[in-house]
Design a protein. Structure first.
Length: 395
């Protein structure tokens, strides 16, 4: 089965840009500081209301009607509620499995954060701090979380697989994204010593995780490892016979292509997709099943300004207050990019769009024009993203 999926981003792992109202009345930029700036009562009420309202049974019906077959659900390291002051979310995950099984969908559980940060991103839970791999006790804690997830959900019919860890950053991406300045740390002392993970560490960690997870995870369920933003570095990894149903996850965003020097024009994007995404995935697929676990239609051309690799007003950039392209022009750009990227993911084992929905007000809040392309629901409704249903209706 080729995976056709979507991420439930910002449901159980918060990202401020995707739901700014959740962070109202605080200066917090990430999930680490939110509960430290709100009273326990206010924090609990906000989180519980958000989790209840953001995703419900109806959304699983909608996702299935879009023609998707799999859902990637990011979860935090405190999923089991054993890391104060955070609130666990295993009950929500339980509900998601029941909904998925009811509507014939599969779930990829994605461990999205690690204590002390595995990448220094806001979506890693704490901005500017990347020290997790330097603390053996926290590495061990993450392994126990993976064991518990495997034990709890391993035999569920709705489980497609479990992703060991989202986006553990390595050296080249750390430098190209300039993580410390893009995601400034609040506490400089805590951030001291932050550095990227090494490929050697990741290889060892993935092998340990595989062994620990397979104690509970049936062989037909997938163990997913992220490429650390180095897609071509894994061809010789896990070749031994004991490793079965291991999938390599790569994340490919056009904003990263722009940051790597791709010109912000449609033909340049299409060439980049063909020469990099498609070619590289086809090569790696010879060694590993490879999925593109995160991608979207977002690009600076459709925004009408240079987003400096996907940075927003939250990064201090002004953006634009007026549309630079009309609806027809935007639709042509997005349709072409959707077609090209979907063809690239076909060379591998499938994809997960990031993300299912966005609560950012791209109309009334200044500087967010173009960011609606992160919302799959809007992309489908606007005819930017092809579905079987929409394709039939245009014939």
């Amino acid at each position: 089965m080729k995976v056709k999926g979507v991420n439930l981003g910002n449901w159980l792992v918060l990202e401020k840009w995707m739901s700014p109202a959740l962070f109202a009345g605080t200066t917090a930029e990430d999930e680490y500081y939110l509960p430290r700036q709100l009273s326990r009562e206010v924090y609990e009420a906000r989180i519980q209301m958000h989790r209840t309202e953001y995703i419900s049974e109806r959304d699983f019906v909608t996702i299935q009607s879009m023609g998707m077959n799999t859902i990637r659900i990011p979860v935090p390291y405190f999923v089991f509620g054993d890391r104060e002051p955070f609130i666990g979310c295993v009950q929500e995950l339980d509900k998601a499995f029941c909904w998925a099984e009811k509507y014939g969908l599969q779930i990829l559980i994605d461990l999205h954060t690690a204590p002390m940060g595995q990448n220094g991103f806001d979506n890693g839970g704490i901005c500017g701090v990347c020290k997790w791999s330097q603390y053996p006790e926290e590495v061990e804690f993450v392994l126990t979380v993976l064991e518990r997830l495997s034990e709890r959900y391993g035999t569920r019919t709705g489980l497609w697989g479990i992703e060991v860890l989202n986006e553990p950053i390595t050296g080249r991406a750390w430098d190209s994204m300039n993580v410390p300045s893009r995601y400034p740390a609040v506490d400089q002392k805590m951030a001291e010593g932050s550095r990227p993970n090494t490929l050697e560490f990741l290889r060892e960690f993935y092998c340990k995780a595989y062994d620990r997870m397979r104690r509970y995870l049936p062989e037909e369920k997938y163990v997913v490892i992220h490429d650390g933003f180095e897609l071509m570095a894994w061809n010789d990894f896990m070749r031994e016979e004991k490793y079965v149903n291991v999938v390599l996850d790569t994340h490919q965003y056009l904003m990263m292509a722009e940051a790597s020097g791709c010109i912000q024009k449609l033909d340049a994007y299409l060439t980049y997709i063909k020469e990099h995404y498609e070619k590289d995935i086809e090569e790696v697929q010879k060694h590993f099943p490879v999925i593109c676990g995160e991608w979207c239609l977002f690009n600076s051309l459709a925004c009408g300004w240079d987003t400096k690799g996907g940075q927003s007003v939250l990064n201090g950039l002004k953006g634009t207050d007026t549309e630079q392209l009309d609806a027809k022009e935007k639709k042509e750009i997005y349709r072409a990019l959707a077609k090209a990227q979907l063809a690239a993911w076909e060379k591998g084992s499938g994809y997960f769009y990031w993300s299912y929905k966005l609560l950012t007000d791209t109309v009334n809040d200044k500087g967010w024009i173009g960011w609606d392309s992160w919302d799959l629901g809007r992309c489908v409704d606007f005819g930017w993203f092809p579905t079987e249903k929409s394709e039939r209706s245009t014939k």
